[in-house]
Ligand binder design. Structure first.
Ligand code: HEM
Length: 529
């Protein structure tokens, strides 16, 4: 990426980073990660964004991201993100400070062990089968004549469907609670969504008015937030109390080797109650569960939605994907059939398409940190000597990194086959490039790409839904999120053909807007013959 020298910082700052004065129109008119992309192209992989009283360091270079996530993970807190999420997730794993995080992570990771994930593959299949069945039932909204003729076309918002199925999965997996959201609307689901919207609202406000005690009682949206949080907390506390009524074993090896097909409650909550040390409070358990619920469903729904969006716009690629599904799972049958663990391993192209969707449309698109100490940065693709100063707020733009013109050939093109070819660029100092030989298991990651591809984060605080080494007998395929997404996408595409229903949706999404702002993903759905 070539930058004219005069644009390399309008003004040098004490930390050595080029300074970019953000324009109000750019930064408040849409999602901030989109506004940062043109600034990245102009200022490079590290620059300081000054916007009114706020200042953020924006990082979009693989070598620099490696320093922050992998080499110095404990030199940073979650900063602004922790402040926004604390009222919802408390001291859950995502916002938790290091001292709390280290104990909780040690307790939670063994829960994602092989025997449990094997069992989860069955759960992914059951919930996706419900989705597939409901897509079929959607034909009932058409006239009887068109159904009878067997050529009914249903118009369905697939983003909403994928959100429902991933919510049902996470509810059952984490606390054995059936949201049943693919079939009905429940007050608890509404409460969860309203709280998430409130978190998004708070992230755009400069003054945290909700921290003023009486404001929570007089501002209607804050009153609603309080009521919703009470509903969620009462439900989670009820589930924790219920789980505690049964005596379980505390032996980790025994727990990790049990036959889950014979276990009445196979949830993560049950595991945590069985294994928990005397020092873990009910409040900490609640925070952990709430964090899983939020972290584990919209992310998966987003990758499924974007992947389907990209595939419907590339018919030859879609054909190849469907051929792979048919060859691995057999021809379309009357009843939807879920892929088993071995079949998911064979669905390579499906997985690479999901990975490519995560590259182009990462969720979350930005990772937020605050420096707890001064951290000097390597140069990467730039030539400035930059130090992150203690107290500084940092945005790691995964969006920019995944579209970095120095790290990817044709970065804006949806091409899952790119992950099969090596790529290197000596212009990015100390970057080892992309090496497909390093793929072990499901799909490329930060190791394969030397930190140019980090959809699940990296280092100590990497996503727990992408954690493979959770027990003695682990396999590189033991990754909750990708097993779930692969199973769900394969089952959906095995049964239905999809076409985008509205030009408007296409235009909105093409601009990179979030799916929500583009009005979901309206699709015309027809049953495959
Ligand atoms: C495709 C799906 C998913 C994506 C793209 C994704 C992405 C991420 C990313 C980027 C992070 C790192 C955040 C940071 O460094 O600031 C993260 C953390 C986390 N994710 Fe996921 N996630 C997914 C699915 C899941 C699932 C299914 C679960 C739970 C079952 C989960 C639970 C968590 C937790 C607990 C953390 C915090 C880890 C820690 O700080 O130790 N995620 N996720």
């Amino acid at each position: 990426m070539e930058r004219p020298s005069q644009t390399y910082g309008d003004e040098e700052s004490k930390d050595g980073a080029p300074v970019c004065e953000g324009s109000v129109d750019d930064l408040v008119g849409g999602p901030i990660f989109l506004a940062l992309y043109p600034y990245f192209l102009k200022y490079g992989g590290v620059f300081k964004l000054a916007f009114g009283p706020k200042v953020f360091m924006v990082l979009s270079d693989p070598v620099i991201v490696r320093r922050v996530l992998k080499e110095k993970p404990f030199a940073f807190s979650k900063g602004v993100l922790a402040e926004i999420l604390e009222p919802i997730m408390g001291q859950g794993l995502i916002p938790a400070p290091y001292a709390v995080w280290k104990n909780r992570r040690r307790q939670l990771v063994p829960g994602f062990h092989k025997a449990w994930l094997d069992h989860m593959v069955g759960l992914f299949g059951d919930c996706s089968a419900q989705l597939v069945k409901n897509l079929g039932a959607s034909h009932l909204t058409l006239t009887d004549a068109s159904i009878a003729a067997g050529n009914g076309v249903a118009r369905i918002d697939m983003e909403e469907r994928f959100c429902s199925v991933s919510l049902d999965i996470i509810g059952l997996a984490v606390f054995n609670y059936d949201f049943g959201s693919t079939t009905r609307e429940s007050p608890i689901i509404k409460a969860v969504y309203t709280c998430l919207q409130e978190a998004a609202h708070r992230s755009t406000f400069y003054f945290p008015y909700w921290n003023i005690p009486f404001m929570c009682d007089i501002v209607p949206r804050q009153r609603e937030f309080k009521a919703n949080m009470k509903l969620i907390n009462d439900t989670l506390n009820g589930l924790i109390t219920q789980a505690q009524q049964f005596e379980g074993t505390e032996d980790l090896e025994e727990l990790q080797n049990r036959d889950y097909s014979k276990v009445k409650d196979p949830s993560l909550l049950r595991f945590l109650v069985d294994i928990r040390g005397a020092d873990v409070t009910d409040l900490q358990l609640r925070d952990d569960l709430m964090t899983m619920l939020i972290a584990g469903h919209e992310t998966t729904a987003a990758v499924l939605t974007w992947c389907l969006f990209c595939l419907v716009r590339d018919k030859p690629l879609m054909k190849k994907v469907v051929e792979e599904i048919d060859s691995v799972m057999g021809p379309v049958a009357e009843e939807a059939r879920a892929p088993n663990y071995e079949e998911i391993q064979k669905l390579e192209l499906v997985r690479l398409c999901l990975a490519e969707a995560l590259r182009l449309y990462p969720e979350p698109p930005i990772l937020i940190r605050r420096c707890l100490e001064d951290v000097p940065l390597p140069k990467g693709a730039g030539d400035a000597d930059v130090t992150l100063i203690k107290g500084m707020d940092v945005f790691i733009s995964v969006w920019n990194l995944h579209r970095h013109p120095d790290c990817w050939e044709e970065p804006l093109k949806f091409d899952p086959f790119r992950f099969k070819k090596p790529y290197s660029n000596p212009g990015v100092k100390d970057w080892a490039g992309y090496n497909p030989d390093l793929i072990s298991g499901m799909y490329p990651n930060e190791v394969t790409s030397d930190f140019a591809f980090v959809p699940f984060g990296a280092g100590a605080r990497k996503c727990i839904g992408d954690q493979a080494r959770s027990c003695l007998h682990w396999s590189p395929y033991d990754r909750f999120a990708m097993l779930e997404a692969t199973s769900c996408l394969a089952m959906t595409l095995q049964r239905y053909d999809f076409e985008l229903d509205k030009d408007a949706a296409e235009v909105g999404m093409e601009m990179g807007a979030t799916i929500h702002t583009a009005g979901g993903l309206p699709m015309r759905v027809t049953r495959r013959k």
